[in-house]
Design a protein around this ligand. Structure first.
Ligand SMILES: C[S@@+](CC[C@H](N)C(=O)[O-])C[C@H]1O[C@@H](n2cnc3c(N)ncnc32)[C@H](O)[C@@H]1O
Length: 219
């Protein structure tokens, strides 16, 4: 399944690099796109796996009306501090803690999981373990959102994972939309020999099933 979308307006039209996962998450979520299930009830909480600066989970919470509580997990203390800062700045109710994706807690009913730009960073065994846990959680009715760069080279495993998640009731999309970077970032972009006039990404989205009950164990 391939779906390339374009959007030239909106509050994030001048987003920064830090904000880009936020834009993508907001676009790949039900509150932003009827095609992805706008009628779905917002999750009670969001678990942001490999949260980095926390933007993906925060974006989901904001896209869902600000009600979900966000838990960010990252192995780097610096990232954890940044995520806490992000939650405070965006007034998202959330907490971030240090942890490894191979030791995720059980997922409570009503929790959604986002893994943005993290799978491609993991060693094969760790990635495959996390994939299996996310697929298992999706099969038990947990909402799952995975976002990765569109470049095939960084995620040669994408199609196989997409097939498995689509078989579980999910969907796979590709995204492409223009971006106007703030001046300082434009300078850095140019100095690095880059030209970020548009943002691209791929997503896998598995909506919650209404019949889901009980926690989905991911360990
Ligand atoms: C490219 S960043 C993406 C961050 C964030 N999800 C986003 O969309 O901006 C990948 C993050 O995954 C974290 N990470 C990598 N391996 C991890 C692991 N085994 N357990 C937890 N976090 C991990 C890194 O510390 C980093 O913050």
């Amino acid at each position: 399944m391939r779906d390339v979308r374009h959007n030239r307006t909106g509050p994030h039209a001048r987003c920064t690099d830090t904000c880009c996962p936020s834009r993508l998450t907001r676009r790949a979520l039900p509150g932003r796109d009827r095609a992805l299930g706008a009628d779905a009830a917002p999750p009670r909480s969001v678990l942001d796996v490999g949260c980095g600066t926390g933007v993906a989970g925060a974006a989901w919470a904001l896209a869902a009306g600000g009600t979900p509580h966000v838990t960010g997990v990252d192995r780097h203390p610096w990232a954890v501090e940044e995520a806490r800062w992000t939650y405070r700045q965006l007034r998202v109710e959330g907490r971030a803690r240090a942890g490894d994706v191979i030791r995720l807690p059980p997922i409570a009913p009503g929790t959604a999981v986002v893994a943005a730009y993290v799978l491609n960073e993991l060693p094969v065994v760790t990635r495959e373990g996390l994939e299996a846990r996310l697929i298992d959680a999706a099969g038990r009715g947990t909402t799952i959102l995975i976002i990765e760069p569109i470049a095939r080279a960084v995620a040669p495993w994408w199609d196989a994972l997409a097939s498995r998640l689509v078989a579980t009731g999910g969907r796979a999309d590709e995204w492409r939309f223009p971006v106007e970077l703030p001046a300082p970032l434009r300078v850095l972009d140019k100095a690095a020999g880059l030209d970020h006039h548009e943002i691209t990404a791929r997503s896998l989205y598995c909506p919650a099933r209404p019949d889901s009950s009980g926690p989905s164990r991911v360990e």
